[in-house]
Design a protein around this ligand. Structure first.
Ligand SMILES: [Zn+2]
Length: 107
């Protein structure tokens, strides 16, 4: 089975990433802190429809001077990490709304 690399075309929201069992991590470019991201915890906090592509929240590091986190995702254990720094474009948003029509309702 071929698994496509992480892309906003494949999974736009936190719930879609979780269904595909993606892993997420966050890295601060300023202090270098690395955080493992729990998708179930993210979904509890921000909701299943939250879009994390293009998000750069402030770094929580106490020693950090105004850095921001950039996220990366990977589809398989041992697969390559793909940066999520790019906000989803119109094409990805259109693909998402098409998926919602094809598979209505939560699983
Ligand atoms: Zn930092």
């Amino acid at each position: 089975m071929v698994v496509a690399p992480p892309s906003a075309m494949t999974a736009l929201t936190l719930a879609e990433m979780h269904v595909r069992r993606w892993e997420l991590k966050a890295v601060c470019s300023c202090c270098g802190i690395k955080l493992r991201v729990s998708l179930p915890a993210m979904i509890r906090t921000y909701g299943p429809d939250a879009v994390w592509w293009g998000r750069k929240p402030a770094c929580p590091g106490l020693e950090c001077d105004g850095g921001s986190l950039t996220y990366a995702a990977r589809a398989l254990r041992g697969g390559s990490w793909v940066s999520m720094a790019q906000a989803p474009g119109d094409v990805a948003m259109a693909a998402y709304s098409k998926r919602q029509r094809t598979y209505p309702g939560p699983r």
